[in-house]
Design a protein around this ligand. Structure first.
Ligand SMILES: [Zn+2]
Length: 425
């Protein structure tokens, strides 16, 4: 890299710094979306692919520090080493999807040089013989050294294929060094695809997917296990630690009822969108104890039978669920769905019953996934938008996070000052 390139990179860093300061003046969800889609790595992709920036650790460190400082300020989160490592993983691996430049630079360069090799061959090989792009062998050796016995990508032009083994290494290392069952359960849960849907939602107030500052920040803290509040006594009398987890499973959890209502409303609206009228709490389909299911379609859903559903959200980190959730992601949601099915066994064959079990940290149960699959494909058919199903799932994910935030904030006793207890913006 010559001096001009260094100058260019340093100019970019200056630009990033000035933009970062302005992000603090807007909504956190919007700022996060800008960082993820338009700043740092997305803005720097061309440089990463066309230069051997991966060989310049001081520049990488400078850029990574800027990303960390920006995200830390926007989210008002103080990152520890583990939480920062997790945050910089892709969303599908449990991170926030804000990648470090140092993580992306090598896969970007490798995929780029392999993509250009055919062109290099056609131009230079006839006159100069076989020539490989500069630094290519060295980059491949560095990658192989890091990834151990992993085979090189089947498609070396794919940046994702070079990146994926590196991401898996980091994620597995976090899981292997987890500090306890709760930490392990959290890491397993956050790597499920449903748990990161709220991070992929478009911050749009007109379609109800803009997440307010406090909710977004608390959701990020729960995902990364960073400190949310000063330890205090909950309304129920139990102590709330600095991570606020007690609020999620508290018997007097303030977010449970609005979260439940919100999830059911999203499901009912989805049915209405596919021209299947549905109502909440239908009369005439009560179970033995007199309780009614959460919703029912008013016209047959399948095989001439209406669909009845019942939603539930259980806490991934509740002590009673930890043995299951720390061994397999989504185990608590799955168990909750089984329980619902047993309770509604008396509904008989006149209805199709689907339990919709989700967890506070995001995973869904198998029945919820099945209903999403049906509804998602019907939504795509009805709207012609290939992402319609995804939007439905994102709304469920946002409803869970809003409920979580209400649950955490609801641990505050009457008369306490919110700003004295929670590290909000
Ligand atoms: Zn409590």
């Amino acid at each position: 890299m010559n001096s001009l390139d260094f100058e260019y990179v340093n100019d970019k860093i200056q630009n990033f710094s000035s933009v970062s300061e302005r992000l603090l003046k807007i909504n956190v969800h919007t700022a996060y979306s800008i960082i993820r889609h338009c700043l740092f790595v997305p803005k720097f992709t061309y440089v990463l692919r066309c230069s051997h920036l991966w060989k310049h650790p001081s520049l990488l460190l400078k850029l990574d520090s800027l990303i960390e400082d920006t995200l830390s300020s926007v989210l008002n989160i103080r990152f520890e080493e583990r939480s920062w490592t997790q945050a910089t993983l892709p969303i599908r691996h449990g991170g926030l999807g804000i990648r470090k430049i140092s993580s992306v630079s090598l896969p970007a360069f490798l995929s780029s040089v392999h993509s250009a090799q055919n062109l290099i061959d056609s131009i230079l090989t006839p006159s100069l013989g076989a020539i490989e792009a500069a630094h290519c062998t060295e980059a491949r050796n560095v990658w192989s050294l890091t990834c151990g016995n992993t085979d090189p990508p089947s498609n070396p032009c794919s940046q994702r294929q070079w990146d994926e083994p590196l991401c898996r290494l980091v994620r597995n290392s976090l899981v292997d060094t987890s500090t306890g069952t709760a930490d392990r359960a959290r890491l397993l849960a956050t790597a499920e695809w449903e748990s990161g849907l709220w991070l992929q939602a478009l911050p749009s107030p007109s379609i109800g997917t803009l997440i307010d500052n406090s909710t977004f920040r608390l959701a990020a803290c729960l995902r990364l296990e960073t400190i949310t509040n000063v330890p205090h006594r909950c309304r129920c009398g139990a102590m709330v630690d600095s991570y606020g987890h007690h609020g999620l499973s508290c018997g007097r959890s303030a977010g449970r009822i609005p979260r439940h209502a919100s999830i059911n409303d999203v499901i009912r609206r989805a049915f209405v969108s596919v021209k299947v009228p549905a109502i909440l709490e239908p009369v005439g389909s009560a179970r033995d104890d007199g309780k009614r299911p959460d919703g029912m379609t008013l016209v047959p859903w399948k095989l001439g039978r209406p669909l009845v559903w019942d939603a539930t959200c259980v806490d991934t980190l509740a002590p009673s669920h930890l043995p299951g959730t720390s061994s397999c992601a989504g185990r608590a949601a799955s168990a909750a769905e089984d329980l619902k099915r047993r309770k509604y066994a008396t509904l008989g064959s006149s209805y199709i019953f689907e339990a919709f079990g989700v967890e506070t940290l995001g995973p869904w149960g198998p029945s919820a996934r099945r209903l999403y699959k049906y509804l998602g494909s019907r939504l795509i058919d009805a709207t012609g938008d290939q992402r319609a199903g995804q939007y439905f799932a994102q709304r469920i994910s946002i409803a869970i996070q809003r409920g979580n935030a209400a649950s955490l904030l609801g641990t505050l006793t009457i008369g306490s000052d919110l700003g004295d207890v929670f590290y909000l913006l």
